[in-house]
Design a protein around this ligand. Structure first.
Ligand code: ADP
Ligand code: ASP
Ligand code: MG
Length: 417
């Protein structure tokens, strides 16, 4: 007997028919004698609709009320799945974040899970053979008693946190693809499913744009040693062997568990980027602080930073990227600090994208990035900025070339084969 967490994303619970399909997956596991906690997302499109309503209701809405609104999507699916399970003869009970409770920080709309007490769930597994159906994405802040949400894609994090809390043997992330691929299979049909991905690589893939897992869920999995499996909810529930220890999908695991490590594991991309270039800024100590200090104070996450060595010894150009949604705010901050910083003008571009190549093998292989620069040049793709770190590098390019760049690099590193 195993103890499992089964998480189902938006497309997997998009309507009642799909919720029935999910229930059959759950029943397969309980029939095999496993103890199951299910974590569900809102029905697909629901969270976007709720976010849209908040914006329509008030451009500068209160984040506490945003959370009260957007958490409702998961409440609905948790209740519906419990009803369908009961209808199939499976004992089940739904749980909202505040009922469990899933305790979080006070950072509304981007809260972090601090604690989950799994005792009651385990007691009910033992005493009633009851499946717990938990609303993902939401929690409660202990001191204020207010509902919080974990940021977009946060149900993955709920699932991994629950798995850690109940010491589950595995956390299965059921989604609309059958695993983690070398890149987004919707963009590159030749992308291949990976059997295993190391936590470190998955962290990079997720934070650089592969939305299949929320970054925080990978961090939690790494810290608490949760076995995370990414797999498809569209595989026929009855065709799967519930006794199998390695169901079809991708295992996120420790680096040591991967026998055949490739140099490049995958490629991620993000169009959620904007570029800001400050022209003829004074080249003297303290300038970077005068630019990035106010941006940090405004809660803007600056990503790539490129600064030239001054030619004339007096001024230089400085380029950096911010999330597209923070572009206008960042421009305002830089504009307001003009006197302090001292520059000629600011240029911005919003039609840019970041393409990143990730692989633990890069630690021990030189020249991986150089090959990419040559390949992109041969396609006439101009690189605006570059960043590198131990196991990845990223290039900033014009957004219109994103797909071409991803496909070019995917082929270059032999990931098509
Ligand atoms: P869910 O609603 O189940 O949480 P998401 O839409 O959040 O699903 O994540 C799954 C999607 O992630 C896939 O449909 C796929 O388009 C996208 N994706 C991006 N990069 C990858 C990748 N490397 N491997 C698999 N899927 C990816
Ligand atoms: N429903 C939330 C979202 O769309 C959380 C999730 O699905 O993981 O972001
Ligand atoms: Mg998701």
């Amino acid at each position: 007997m195993s103890r499992l967490v089964m998480k189902f994303g938006g497309t997997s619970v998009a309507d009642i028919e799909r919720i029935r399909n999910v229930a059959r997956h759950v029943k397969r596991e309980t029939d095999a004698g496993h103890e199951v906690a299910v974590v569900v997302s809102a029905m697909s499109g629901k969270t976007n609709e709720l976010v849209g309503w908040c914006r329509e209701a008030g451009a500068l809405h209160d984040a506490r009320e945003y959370d009260a609104v957007v958490a409702s999507g998961e409440q609905v699916t948790a209740g519906l799945l419990a009803i369908v399970l009961q209808d199939m003869g499976v004992t089940a009970r739904s749980w909202q974040g505040w009922q469990l409770p899933i305790l979080t920080s006070n950072a509304h709309a981007a809260a972090r899970i601090e604690d989950i007490n799994g005792t009651e769930l385990i007691k009910r597994f033992k005493e009633r053979k009851e499946v717990a159906v938990i609303a993902g994405f939401q929690g409660i802040h202990k001191e204020t008693g207010r509902i919080t949400t974990l940021g977009r894609g946060g149900s993955d994090t709920s699932a991994v946190a629950v798995a850690a809390a109940i010491q589950a043997d595995r956390c299965d992330i059921y989604t609309d693809v059958d695993g983690v691929y070398t890149t987004d299979p919707r963009v590159v049909p030749k992308a291949k499913r990976l059997d295993k991905v190391a936590f470190e690589e998955m962290l990079e893939l997720a934070s650089l744009g592969a939305k299949v897992l929320q970054v925080r869920s990978v961090e939690l999995g790494m810290v608490h040693k949760v076995r995370i499996f990414v797999r498809s909810s569209f595989d026929k529930p009855e065709d799967i062997d519930p006794k199998s220890n390695h169901p079809p999908g991708t295992l996120i695991c420790d680096e040591e568990d991967i026998v055949e490590q490739q140099v490049v594991t995958g490629i991620a991309f993000s169009k959620d980027e904007a570029q800001i270039s400050i022209r003829r800024v004074q080249d003297k100590p303290g300038i970077a602080a005068s630019i990035f200090g106010p941006l940090a104070a405004a809660n803007v996450n600056v990503d790539m930073i490129v600064q030239n060595v001054s030619g004339d010894g007096a001024t230089t150009d400085l380029t950096f990227t911010v999330p597209a949604s923070d572009y206008q705010r960042s421009m305002d901050v830089i504009g307001k600090a003009k006197a302090e910083i001292g520059y000629e003008k600011v240029d911005g571009a919003q039609d840019v994208a970041k393409v990143s190549v990730i692989g633990i093998g890069m630690r021990s292989h030189a020249g991986v990035a150089a090959e990419a620069f040559r390949a992109l040049a041969s396609r006439n793709i101009n690189i605006r900025a570059i960043t590198t770190s131990e196991i990845k590098f990223s290039v900033l390019i014009d957004a219109e070339y994103t797909e071409l760049a991803v496909r070019t690099l995917h082929a270059l590193y032999g990931l098509d084969k």
